[in-house]
Design a protein around this ligand. Structure first.
Ligand SMILES: NC(=O)C1=CN([C@@H]2O[C@H](COP(=O)(O)OP(=O)(O)OC[C@H]3O[C@@H](n4cnc5c(N)ncnc54)[C@H](O)[C@@H]3O)[C@@H](O)[C@H]2O)C=CC1
Ligand SMILES: O=C(O)C1=NCCCC1
Length: 352
């Protein structure tokens, strides 16, 4: 076989290509693709098995996440050269290989909890087109999944969207991406931060203060809190992004009308929130296949997939506590991998 070249996109290149609106646009299509059972509907569709794990004792795991995503547009209608026309459609064939080792951050020197790469293939020939460093992309796509879930499940029930308060529980990598993504795409009057090690929240506050002038509210108040309870008080939207194996958010901390994006705690998934929350809330998920395998021990009411909400197959509650229980799925990586590869190739062809 003739040798074949592929590109390798590193984090510094990916940072330059980042546009949150485009990322949210492809993530919404990833959600739709898993809920759409009719390939001829004109909507995105996909094929993705439940991901496979190799456990390394109790220390960590290697995850293999393959997916095919069909009929997506990597550009939103408003960003293409002819905004009046339909956005061009493409597909994505990809596999993310990722490791999750929970003790990595406390090593000396510290290492990320999550380390991964996305392998992107030509969907007509199967040839490897690109490898993309996936730590940064996992941060972006997981935050974008929470943003889309919040827009679909929670924001329709909020009449006045100009006074929202965001709480971030856990200001590690994911907490940071979530704070940045939400501030870039939605207006908040306050962003509240809590982390087990307070210094880390203070560091994030400094970064977010620098970002604020380029966010949806340059006057946003960013505050650091001493406890999860103080941080959650008065929040409309909460993100939990920790590796805690015991509950850190309880119902008594919450407003009556609140949305939580529960994204942390690795492969145990639902340990960050107390059972009294799960007893009362409506849970939305990313995909049933994954939930059957990875949320088998969750005792709560799962209403449906976020994609089912977008497709109007499921109705969202008009008040109360909603939870987006984020597992993370391969089509999200296939979507963001294709978006960044396309943008990179476009710039290369323009001679940048
Ligand atoms: N749902 C999804 O798609 C994804 C979920 N994750 C999960 O999100 C979580 C955070 O990941 P990263 O931000 O990348 O990790 P990180 O290592 O950057 O941050 C971990 C955070 O958890 C906190 N933490 C650890 N143990 C704790 C405890 N017992 N109590 C309270 N806080 C504790 C740390 O202070 C830190 O803020 C992990 O559980 C990871 O597996 C990560 C990527 C995707
Ligand atoms: O989807 C992902 O990527 C991950 N999800 C759960 C924790 C590890 C990474």
């Amino acid at each position: 076989m003739a040798s074949h070249r592929f590109v390798h996109l590193v984090e510094s290149e990916l940072i330059k290509l980042t546009n949150w609106k485009e990322i949210n646009h492809v993530l919404e299509q990833a959600f739709v693709s898993v809920s759409n059972k009719d390939k001829s509907s004109g909507q995105p569709y996909s094929s993705q098995p439940a991901r496979s794990f190799v456990h390394v004792g109790d220390a960590g795991a290697l995850l293999c996440m393959p997916a095919f995503l069909g009929n997506i547009s990597v550009k939103s209608d408003s960003s293409q050269s002819n905004p009046a026309g339909p956005a061009a459609r493409t597909s994505s064939l990809a596999c993310k290989l990722i490791t999750s080792f929970k003790d990595n951050p406390s090593r000396n020197p510290s290492l990320p909890d999550i380390i991964g790469n996305i392998f992107l293939f030509d969907e007509t020939t199967g040839q490897l087109q690109a490898t993309l460093e996936a730590n940064y992309l996992t941060g972006l796509r997981t935050a974008a999944a929470s943003i889309v879930a919040t827009e679909q499940v929670f924001l329709p029930r909020i009449a006045d969207k100009s006074k929202l308060v965001l709480g971030i529980i856990g200001t590690g990598v994911q907490g940071e991406f979530h704070a940045m993504g939400f501030m870039k795409t939605h207006k908040f009057v306050q962003v509240k931060l809590w982390n087990r090690t307070k210094a880390r929240s203070e560091q994030l506050k400094t970064k977010l203060t620098q970002l604020a002038p380029n966010s949806c509210n340059p006057d946003v108040n960013i505050s650091v809190h001493d406890s999860p309870e103080e941080c959650c008080t008065n929040c409309d939207i909460i993100v939990t992004a920790t590796s805690s194996s015991v509950p850190i958010v309880f119902k008594r901390f919450l407003k009556q009308n609140v949305h939580i994006n529960a994204i942390g705690s690795g492969l145990q998934h639902h340990t960050e929130l107390a059972q009294d929350i799960y007893d009362e809330c409506s849970v939305f998920i990313d995909y049933w296949n994954g939930a059957k395998a990875e949320l088998a021990t969750l005792k709560s009411t799962i209403v449906g997939e976020v994609g089912e909400v977008v497709l109007k197959q499921k109705v969202v509650p008009s008040s109360g506590i909603t939870v987006f229980q984020s597992l993370g799925m391969a089509v999200e990586d296939a979507a963001i991998g294709k978006l960044f590869y396309s943008k990179y190739m476009e710039q290369l062809n323009k001679g940048h």
